[in-house]
Design a binder for this molecule. Sequence first.
Ligand SMILES: Nc1ncnc2c1ncn2[C@@H]1O[C@H](COP(=O)(O)OP(=O)(O)OP(=O)(O)O)[C@@H](O)[C@H]1O
Length: 247
Amino acid sequence: MSAESTTPVIAPALRLEGLYAGYGRFDVLHDIALHVERGEAVALLGPNGAGKTTLLRAIMGMVKQRRGVIEVAGTDVSRLPTHRIARGLVGIVPEGRRLFLGQSVEDNLRLGGLHLRHDHARTAQLLRSVFDLFPVVERYRARPATALSGGEQQMVAIGRMMMSDPELMLLDEPSLGLAPLAIQSMADALLALRERGRSILLVEQRVDLALQVCDRIYVLSGGRIVEQGAADDIDGRGRALIDAYLG
Ligand SMILES: Nc1ncnc2c1ncn2[C@@H]1O[C@H](COP(=O)(O)OP(=O)(O)OP(=O)(O)O)[C@@H](O)[C@H]1O
């Protein structure tokens, strides 16, 4: 028996093939093919209205009208309800963070790991990994989330996503509205997650951030993938092309 035939095939963290999705009778996404390998960070760039959020919502099962393949770590999630997908398969930092601002930082974190709440050891371990990555979040764990700055709240939102221990992490424009220093802290956090072997799909408008953090990029325009490539291969010309798509 050859070595090849005994090597287990590891399914990618995310595989989309021929994906169409939209609202009502209107398709926003057309024939999307995209993949995120295990331990890879991939950026999805595109102008306003390109369909980036719709693509993340389709993966989460929040867009009902969808056709094509949506596989997360080898599991077909195309017909699973959102609450099942959120249970350890896909974690998301949504646009605008959507924290419970009146609740404590720690309560917000624990909400991310609700499906693991009976596994106290695992919950404590995940909480520790969030605090190791974001010491400021540990320092403010008893404060209401509203008392934190925008950058600190974004760390709580990333921590809440980590608490669900997902196969795939989705982030929808986490840099939006943050000050430059907070954006760099957020980029450092994403790099640290990548170093820990997490699989990430990052929606961004900031090309510099995407190229700093990610291995590969896709450009979405008008609901279609119009460019893709390795971040390292993107030269001045490629950058100009992406900037042109982003307007
Ligand atoms: N709930 C909805 N019902 C109907 N159409 C929608 C809905 N949400 C978004 N759309 C439409 O889908 C298209 C894509 O929107 P989407 O929010 O996915 O784009 P985006 O690339 O994330 O843009 P942005 O950067 O502005 O968030 C737009 O034409 C938008 O008007």
